[in-house]
Design a protein around this ligand. Structure first.
Ligand SMILES: [Zn+2]
Length: 164
């Protein structure tokens, strides 16, 4: 499939590998690289906090708090920023769980992400949702009885399988 080149405007832009595009006329290259994202499993009293997604992909399904990492940001800083924005929580000690590949279909474009996952233990069970554009609510799930069929992403499902 040939697309219009963003540099020269001719219909000469095509895929040259699974993540690279190149213009056959002007030589412009674009790499659709893996995007880095970060999430956290917040635990309190044997339960984990999950968010209900307010928008697609996965509208109405369960996710973990987190988001995409900005340029120049560490995974830890991105996570603390996202959790502050989404839940008005300040995270203390973070424990690394692992990294999990995911696919994120946003407005017709399939983004391949690498989701970096931490866990943190809380001293109380917050319910506040700050960012209503992204999150329509929170749900505390029993960590021994995970509702896999309601989880939006394979990366998040893998996190829970990894813990069991
Ligand atoms: Zn071109």
């Amino acid at each position: 499939m040939e697309l219009f080149c963003p540099a020269c405007g001719l219909k000469s832009f095509r895929t040259v590998s699974e993540k690279a595009y190149m213009c056959g006329v002007c030589g412009f290259e674009f790499f659709h690289n893996v995007a880095a994202a970060v999430s956290v499993l917040l635990e309190y009293n044997g339960r984990g906090l999950m968010t209900l997604r307010a928008a697609d992909p996965g509208q109405g399904m369960l996710d973990l708090p987190g988001g995409f990492i900005d340029y120049g940001e560490t995974a830890e800083d991105a996570l603390r920023r996202e959790v502050r924005e989404e839940l008005a929580l300040e995270l203390d000690t973070l424990e690394y769980i692992g990294s999990f590949p995911n696919e994120y279909n946003y407005r017709g474009i399939l983004y391949h992400t690498l989701d970096i996952i931490f866990r943190a233990r809380l001293n109380s069970a917050p319910e506040t949702v700050m960012d209503k554009n992204e999150i329509s609510g929170v749900e505390w799930v029993d960590l021994k009885n995970i509702p896999f069929e309601r989880i939006a992403f394979k990366s998040v499902a893998s996190v829970f399988r990894n813990l069991q």
